[in-house]
Design a protein around this ligand. Structure first.
Ligand code: FAD
Length: 298
């Protein structure tokens, strides 16, 4: 039948974009080029990740500060419990608060690879994300986002324990959760049902990852199921970055469309500091540019 995959979607969605802090001048240029391209889509917020082991503390801060100085976008700074005492975390968040940053993505973080995968809290630090949320909230009235795992965090004792943990994070003061990326809408909707039944009524925004490198996705995926049909879709594209990027945008847009059909209206994109795919997905979902906040740069 003549039914288009996307059709005329009204674009009644809202989006947020995640970036990582650049390591080199070239990466910095790419990041800001991407921010400039994506800004007209008027994201609710743009978040900047924090490196494993707290390794990008300065660079995350520098990127977030530049967002504050040069754009009207709402920045969200990721922050983890790794390798820092509560006092050091206080210093970091005071700096953010003083700079006008009001949104923190509060995470436990992962142990450095040398630590055999076991998270060991700093002796004077926070032990888990729920603890960090409570600490942040006690210090300043931040808007706080936390992580959620539709396919269960790999270290969780059970699905129920993981859901309890999410509830603790929300009860400690987080106003929304953002999910780990996933490729099965069933997994997401099942998780949403369970979360609601567990009394979690904060929004749980799906985190969307366009597949730029299939090998990397497999490495990063933890508990995330990679459906066979997705693997088939990317067959033979390892050395063909152009077609792979196009296929990835369509696959992610298709995932978003199925989420949209199930009632989802908020989407968080892992942009990997590239604009094209995320922009194309938003375009297919009917979203069109609004104003360009970067034009208000001083
Ligand atoms: P927590 O919520 O503390 O949970 C960690 C584990 O401990 C879970 O298995 C949980 O079930 C269990 N747990 C916690 N408390 C209890 C308890 N009382 N009893 C029993 N079990 C418990 N990492 C970075 O380093 N930098 C980033 O910028 C970053 N951004 C991210 C953004 C998103 C949207 C997501 C989904 C993840 C991100 N991560 C980032 C990865 C994250 O740090 C890891 O997944 C980490 O392993 C868990 O962090 P968390 O905040 O979910 O931890």
């Amino acid at each position: 039948a003549d039914t288009p995959l996307f059709g005329e979607l009204p674009g009644d969605i809202s989006v947020s974009f995640e970036f990582f802090p650049p390591k080199t001048e070239k990466m910095e240029t790419q990041l800001w080029d991407s921010i400039t391209q994506l800004a007209p889509l008027a994201p609710n917020f743009v978040s900047v990740t924090y490196g494993a082991g707290g390794s990008t503390r300065e660079r995350t801060h520098a990127t977030v500060s530049r967002l504050v100085r040069e754009t009207d976008l709402v920045p969200a700074a990721h922050l983890t419990c790794v390798g820092a005492s509560k006092g050091e975390i206080d210093e970091i968040v005071d700096q953010y608060w003083d700079a006008g940053v009001r949104h923190i993505v509060a995470l436990r973080g992962d142990p450095p690879p040398t630590d055999e995968g076991v998270f060991v809290p700093h002796p004077e630090g926070y032990t888990c994300a729920a603890d960090l949320v409570a600490g942040l909230k006690a210090r300043h009235d931040f808007d706080i986002s936390v992580a959620a795992y539709p396919e269960i965090h790999p270290e969780a004792l059970s699905p129920e324990a993981d859901l309890d943990n999410l509830k603790r994070k929300i009860d400690a003061g987080a106003s929304r959760a953002i999910t780990q990326f996933f490729f099965s809408t069933d997994a997401y909707f099942r998780f949403m049902d369970k979360a609601l039944a567990a009394g979690i009524d904060a929004p749980i925004i799906p985190g969307i990852m366009p597949v730029t490198s299939f090998a990397a996705i497999r490495r990063m995926s933890g508990n995330t199921e990679i459906p066979g049909w997705l693997e088939t879709m990317f067959e033979g594209l390892d050395d063909r970055p152009g077609p792979r990027a196009l296929v990835a945008a369509v696959a992610a847009a298709d995932l978003c469309k199925r989420l949209y059909d199930g009632g989802v209206r908020d989407f968080h994109f892992y942009t990997l500091n590239k604009a094209e795919q995320t922009y194309a997905i938003c375009q297919l979902l009917g979203l069109r540019p609004k104003t360009n906040p970067t034009e208000t740069a001083a």
